[in-house]
Structure formats: C-alpha cells, structure tokens
Design a protein. Structure first.
Length: 203
C-alpha cells in the first residue's frame, strides 16, 4: 500500500492524492459523531449474542495468541483499538475506494471496497452475529467516508466500535491464577462471539 501511495504521490502530487484518499480529519463535530456512531453500533449489536445457540468451537489462531498471556491480550487490544482503525480505513475507504471512485463511480467504489473489507474479516465470522456486526460497521464507515469526503469520521467510527467491544471483552475476564481464563458465564462468552472470538474456549 505504501509503495502504491508513493507512486501515486509522484504521479498526482500531494494535494491531488490527499483529495483522492480523503486524507483529512473533517470537522470536529464529524469526528465526534463518528465515534458516537461506532460506539452506538457496537452497543446495538451486543443483544445479538442472545440469539446465538451455545456451540463449542475450537479456538482460532488470534484467540490462541491473545489468550497466551496478559501482555499478549493487552497488545492485541491496543492493536485493535489504536492501529486497526486508521490502517484499515486508509486501505479500504482511502486507497481502494478513492481509486475505484476515480476510475468508475462512487457507488461502485463503495460497494466493492465495502464488500472487500467485509470479506477480509471472514475468519472472524465464527458465528453469524459477527458477520452482521462487521457488515453494519462497513455500511456506517463507508457512509461517513462518502458523506464527509474525508477519512476522519470513518476512522472515528471504527475506533468507537472497536473501543466498546474491547472494553466489553476486558470486563469479561476474571482473575486467572492458573493463566489466562475467560469468565465461564455463557452470556459474557456470547458477547465475545460478536467480535469473532470462539465460545467455550479452554485456556
């Protein structure tokens, strides 16, 4: 992505490239609305956990890595909240959407970039609520990007969404004298499913 951006900068110039990618934060109100929108979306999808039948699943690689130690879990949560939103938004709502909109039209660009973003998170779709949640986040972030013509609001929405779910996951943990363990309460485990974590994982 960085190599592509470097070539585009040489070809288009910094100003034109910034406009193509939406490299601006937008207004403060737009950023705040993005954070609130993402957080509200996370709260909205949490009740979907009650619709998921209890089914044990083998832990995936991300789950195993994040659960290997407290420091690994903390590093994963910091990455999810602080690194994933700007990097993923720049990649999908910036580079991909901007290039496609410049080549075709904004509707096709929004559809293709959004679908690509959703499919990239496919490994997280352990249960269907995770697919629904990521789909709704895709729609929200894409709408904010197109409406504001800047990446700031979509990054803010992604940040707010991940922050709420990361907080829920951290609250779902209990003291772990024998290593990392998730709370055994099934309701808390279902909350974890929303973000693509597996149920009944045994640490």
């Amino acid at each position: 992505m960085l190599l592509v951006l470097r070539r585009w900068r040489t070809r288009l110039g910094a100003g034109a490239l910034g406009g193509l990618l939406g490299l601006s934060w937008g207004g403060p109100r737009q950023v705040v609305n993005g954070i609130m929108g993402g957080a509200a979306l996370a709260v909205f999808v949490l009740p979907l956990m009650a619709l998921v039948a209890e089914r044990p699943e083998p832990p995936d690689l991300i789950t195993q890595l994040a659960g290997s130690s407290n420091s690994a879990l903390q590093a994963w949560m910091i990455s999810a909240v602080l690194l994933a939103p700007p990097i993923e938004e720049l990649m999908f709502r910036g580079v991909l959407l901007g290039a496609l909109a410049n080549t075709w039209n904004i509707r096709a660009a929004a559809l293709i970039s959004g679908t690509t973003f959703w499919l990239m998170h496919g490994p997280e779709f352990v249960h269907w609520p995770a697919a629904v949640a990521i789909g709704l986040l895709t729609i929200l972030a894409t709408w904010l990007r197109v409406r504001s013509r800047s990446l700031g609001p979509s990054i803010a929405a992604h940040f707010g969404y991940n922050l709420v779910l990361a907080t829920v996951i951290s609250l779902a943990m209990i003291s772990r004298p024998e290593g990392t363990r998730w709370a055994r309460d099934h309701q808390l485990q279902r909350i974890v499913w929303i973000w693509g974590w597996t149920a009944n994982a045994r640490w």
